[in-house]
Design a protein around this ligand. Structure first.
Ligand code: NAP
Length: 315
């Protein structure tokens, strides 16, 4: 009979979930990691990772996640590839219900469901998705060889991916709503030195205009009240992340205004036996390295909880 009752359930297989899984498997806990797609999370579509310690020359995001997955596989972590529909995390036995209707139960749950790209919410964005509008430069960049394209955003993702897009496009215009970038200094230096990148500062895209072939131009609203048009065939929206929290029991958990789970520094949520790690957690920096660190901390907290359950302190 298939096992459905575990000591630990990890939901999500990005850097946080895989690291939690690695620690749990090495700790010989009865653990399952539930993942709806391929393990690796958002890093799978990150072109290049240059700041993960130990990888001196940098490493492709896809390759880094292949290595993390292979590492976990060495310790035979059980994985279930399925989509979680809902969770009940109250009480001693936590219940995870899959879209198939199957229930997986466990004593502890580590939520590592990550985040997804934020949308601008402007006219043309939905209609032209996949026809010039994209949230993933690594996935769609090669479609824009020798074309003029634009990126919106001023953070690490926007600038890193704008640099990546110069491998294909003839010109990349970065449109940013302020006059300074949020991206780390080294990325800024590279972007300012890159001839194919131009900036439009203090401006927002208000509409994406399409034609029969897809995106044709952008309407730009400048902060000084003027407007302009920019002719591009590709438009990459890289303005940060929103939580993957649709399957979470948000009334049981405590979240911030953005819907990210609030934890303490040991990754404990307000529910006993329930932890959150990685990008789903309310925090300021969302890096691969701290997602992995969160995963390790969460697993160790869960182990501690399980050992207390097994041998409760004297009253
Ligand atoms: P982010 O750091 O939150 O930056 C979002 C950018 O989009 C900001 O420049 C913001 O402008 C802009 N923005 C937000 N909403 C907007 C809107 N409605 N219209 C126009 N512009 C808007 O997000 P991110 O760059 O995706 O990064 C997410 C996390 O991943 C960060 O913690 C980041 O450090 C990390 N990350 C790290 C690396 C790396 O280390 N190599 C690579 C990628 C991502 P304002 O600046 O005006 O707020």
């Amino acid at each position: 009979m298939k096992k459905t009752d575990y000591q630990m359930i990890i939901v999500g297989g990005g850097p946080a979930g895989l690291t939690a899984g690695l620690y749990a498997a090495r700790g010989r806990l009865e653990t399952v990691l539930i993942e709806k797609g391929a393990t690796g999370g958002q890093v799978l579509v990150t072109d290049w990772v240059d700041n993960y310690p130990g990888f001196y020359d940098g490493i492709a995001g896809f390759e880094l996640m292949e290595k993390m997955t292979a590492h976990v596989n060495r310790f035979d972590l059980e994985k279930k590839f399925a989509t979680v529909a809902s969770m009940n995390l109250q009480g001693e036995q936590k219940v995870i219900t899959l879209e198939s209707g199957e229930e997986v139960t466990g004593q502890t749950v580590i939520i590592c469901t990550g985040a997804k790209p934020r949308k601008l919410g402007i006219p043309g964005e939905e209609e032209l998705l996949g026809q010039g509008v994209s949230y993933c430069a690594t996935c769609d960049g090669p479609f824009y060889r020798d074309q003029e394209i634009a990126v919106v955003g001023g953070g690490n993702t926007a600038i890193q991916e704008a640099l990546h897009l110069t491998k294909f496009a003839s010109k990349v215009t970065v449109i940013h709503r302020r006059d300074t970038l949020r991206a780390t200094a080294i990325l800024q230096e590279k972007a300012f030195a890159e001839e194919k990148i131009e900036f439009i500062w203090d401006a927002q895209v208000s509409e994406i205009i399409g034609n029969d072939e897809g995106v044709a131009s952008l309407k730009i609203q400048h902060n000084d009240g003027t407007t302009s048009d920019l002719g591009v065939t590709g438009f990459f929206v890289l303005i940060g992340v929103a939580p993957n929290n649709e399957m979470l029991p948000l009334k049981q958990l405590e979240t911030d205004a953005g819907g990210f789970i609030i934890t303490d520094h040991e990754m404990c949520t307000k529910l006993p036996g329930v932890y959150a790690a990685g990008d789903i957690r309310s925090k300021n920096s969302r890096q691969i390295i701290n997602a992995a660190g969160d995963g390790a901390t969460a697993e160790l907290s869960a182990e501690h909880y399980l050992s207390n359950m097994a041998s409760p302190a004297n009253p």
